[in-house]
Design a binder for this molecule. Structure first.
Ligand code: GLA
Length: 738
């Protein structure tokens, strides 16, 4: 479909006003220019142009709305030297720069050689399209046969993937101390605003915003894994951007190890974003003939605000990234024992919970921590993956069979990468835990991290998981990872190779997950790391869902879940209804509100059902049944975050629309009413303006002045009045095209 031409200012890499035609839902294409020195990469509503300039270096020509060809773009040319302090290598928007030639900004690559040389000058060697959607531009050092293969892959969802393979074809070894996937250059604009996600345990995915200003803002994890503290996602608006309008350049790095994204504004006012392996403590030797491939760095552009940027990422994860893509199965309603029983799991206790869970309509029953080894609390047992004979004298079969007979599938918690010093595994293999020789080993939650980079540790971890899944009818693993790295030593390999642990650990993690899934094709896996500490597009290629946060307080969850949806699809965002007062904030929130918050992601139940009253159980069963009706919309529809446009603190609204606009569901939450003020009017989005929709509230008693039917135009143009009163009130309204 061709949309009308629109007028845009300043999207190319020189100040200009151009008239552009925007295409929507266009196929992803790569068009070489007639001279084969420039390429137009188009994906969804975005185009990206790269060209080889007069210094034979690849230069970003354009990143913005879809354009038909590179013909109207300015030529690729090194910027002139403005001052001796500003060499062109610093002021020209180059695609992939190695440190050398006076580069002062974050290099994509930094290498050192045994002869004392520590620089590279990467210039064009050749380019080829290995597939219709993939371009490979090969760069070579001006002197040494050292190559950087820059890969570009376009996806119809509107995403461009970039990654790089560094190849040493010289006769000597070299060592990389920095290897980024890509540098993304934005068109010049002094008003850019950056959004990024930070957090902590129990407080993940908090959205931060600040102006992009001269200097470097570093988003990173040095912890060996993705981290709660920072998530590898960024979004940049031009100063006019809102949730619903304005340009957004956004990206996320697919890597579950230490990572870094540097957002820089140079002296020439260029904004460049370089991301990949974290250079902190990084040293990766490349012997002659060896190569290193960086993680994928995905990015996109939309002219339609932060909401659309998120929807592009959601579609991309659902359509490309997730293991069951392009058609991931709906997430089953889950029960998990953690908050109900802690480590105190037993055959009788779990069967009693399973029976109650099944009556609520739960579809997956999961035993959490405590079922294995001598695991009474978090001091012992990690590493010993045999079924605890005191707690489960007949093995897991009675609970598994009970769950299956009750119509639920069965899942179990594992934390494969960890070991307690008080475990048979550690007593047998203390050398398997990460350590620096002769140095103390810092424990966290009384545990150490196994060095998964070691082939023997990889074999052990795959072996016990394969055995566990093969010998028991396990449908689902909750794969946990509860501490950050310390002492990342690896003294079994030569000194020069020890720091490759940052890469090889994560590669082995991915390969275990891949191998396990291949051998057990029906197995589903959740990525958990003390909550949402390992959520990224890397792990999502192997895991079907994530544990968003250990924080299950429904109020805190509203901001955690909203932040999450900026970067990740709500279809994988696990959210449980748990007991009150909540274990973390001691807050007591009504059951309906707790359900409604959890129902805006992938619903689970984590309370102690043995203590729930009959009234609570009946109400819960009704909520679960209702959730199943709206689940396809919530998990796989288009999410519109309406909270920002409401603009009133304490009022939250989200809307999920079917891709064909035939249906929608709206969730509204009120934290605390004041001064008798009515709930703010809500302007819906994404509907078919010409169609008439029937509106049905979940709870008829809350219908208030809600119209029974209205046109899409009325619902999107006017203000829908929802009747929410008092503290912790919430409602759900369904819309169906008539
Ligand atoms: C982590 C997880 C929790 C739970 C516990 C078990 O904290 O995030 O959900 O599984 O471990 O020890």
């Amino acid at each position: 479909m061709i949309l009308p031409a629109i007028r845009l200012a300043c999207t190319a890499f020189s100040i200009c006003t151009v008239s552009l035609t925007v295409f929507a839902q266009q196929p992803a294409t790569i068009q070489p220019a007639p001279d084969s020195k420039a390429w137009l990469l188009s994906a969804g509503e975005m185009s990206y142009a790269v060209a080889i300039n007069d210094a034979k270096m690849p230069q970003t020509l354009y990143w913005g709305p879809r354009i038909p060809s590179v013909a109207g773009l300015p030529p690729a040319k090194m910027h002139p030297e403005i001052a001796s302090q500003e060499p062109p290598i610093n002021t020209t928007p180059l695609e992939y720069t190695a440190w050398g030639g006076g580069l002062d900004y974050t290099p994509a690559l930094k290498a050192s050689f045994p002869d004392g040389n520590r620089e590279l000058t990467l210039v064009f060697d050749k380019a080829e399209q290995s597939a219709p959607d993939t371009l490979e531009i090969t760069l070579k050092d001006a002197i040494e046969p050292v190559y950087a293969h820059l890969y570009y892959q376009v996806f119809p969802q509107g995403v461009l993937a970039r990654w790089t393979e560094i190849e040493n074809r010289s006769r000597t070894s070299m060592t990389l101390s920095n290897a980024a996937s890509a540098t993304w250059n934005l068109p010049p604009n002094p008003l850019y605003q950056l959004a990024w996600l930070t957090g902590r345990w129990g407080g993940e995915f908090q959205l931060q915003r600040d102006a992009v200003s001269p200097g470097t803002r570093v988003l990173e994890s040095r912890r060996g894994s993705t981290s709660h503290q920072s998530n590898p996602w960024f979004s940049i608006g031009d100063g006019t951007t809102t949730e619903n309008s304005g340009p957004v350049w956004f990206g996320e790095l697919a890597w579950s190890g230490s990572w870094r994204i540097a957002v820089e504004e140079t002296e020439a006012k260029n904004v460049r974003i370089t991301g990949g392996y974290n250079p902190f403590d990084f040293a990766y030797p490349l012997a002659p003939g060896a190569s290193l491939t960086t993680p994928r760095f995905y990015a996109g552009y939309t002219a339609s605000g932060e909401g659309e940027a998120s929807r592009i990422l959601h579609r991309f994860q659902q359509g490309v990234i997730l293991p069951q893509a392009p058609k991931p199965k709906l997430r089953p309603v889950l029960f998990n024992s953690w908050e109900a029983t802690g480590f105190d799991v037993s055959e009788a206790g779990q069967i009693s919970l399973a029976e109650r869970a099944a009556k609520l309509g739960v579809e997956r029953f999961v035993i959490d921590d405590g079922w294995f080894g001598q695991r009474k609390d978090d001091h012992a047992g990690l590493g010993d993956w045999y079924i605890n004979p005191q707690k489960f004298p007949h093995g897991l079969a009675p609970v598994i069979d009970c769950a299956h007979q009750l119509g639920m599938d069965f899942g179990i918690w594992v934390e494969p990468e960890m070991v307690n010093p008080d475990s048979d595994l550690y007593r047998k293999h203390p050398e398997w835990a990460m350590n620096f020789p002769g140095r103390p080993r810092a424990e966290a939650r009384n545990q150490l991290v196994l060095n998964l980079a070691r082939p023997d540790v990889r074999a052990y971890v795959f072996g016990f998981l394969d055995d566990l899944v093969s010998k028991n009818k396990i449908d689902f693993l909750k794969w946990d990872y509860n501490r950050t790295w310390s002492e990342p030593g690896w003294d079994q390999v030569p000194l020069a190779e020890q720091q490759t642990i940052y890469v090889k650990y994560v590669e082995n993690l991915y390969s275990i997950l891949a191998e396990l899934r291949k051998k057990h094709p029906n197995l589903e896996i959740e990525s958990c790391s003390s909550g949402g500490g390992r959520v990224d597009d890397g792990i999502l290629r192997y895991t079907d869902e994530v544990w968003t946060s250990d924080n299950t307080d429904a109020l805190d969850r509203l901001s955690i879940q909203e932040g999450f949806t900026h970067a990740y699809t709500p279809g994988i965002m696990m959210a449980w209804v748990t007991d009150v007062p909540n274990f973390l904030d001691r807050r007591s929130i009504p059951l309906d509100f707790r359900f409604h918050v959890a129902m805006s992601g992938s619903l689970g139940i984590g309370g102690n059902l043995n203590k729930w009253t009959d009234e609570e159980l009946t109400a819960s069963a009704a909520q679960v049944a209702f959730y199943k009706q709206v689940r396809p919309l919530v998990q796989q529809g288009l999410l519109y975050r309406l909270t920002p446009s409401i603009g009133e603190p304490g009022a939250w609204v989200t809307e999920y629309v079917a891709p064909d606009k035939s249906e929608a569901v709206v969730f509204a939450y009120l934290h605390s009413q004041q001064f008798g003020s009515p709930f703010p009017g809500v302007q819906l989005q994404g509907l078919d303006a010409a169609a008439t929709y029937a509106l049905t509230p979940q709870d008829e008693a809350k219908a208030g002045s809600l119209p029974q039917r209205a046109t899409g135009a009325e619902l999107m143009g006017g203000k829908l009045q929802l009747t929410l009163r008092g503290d912790y009130d919430s409602t759900i309204v369904r819309l169906k095209k008539e």
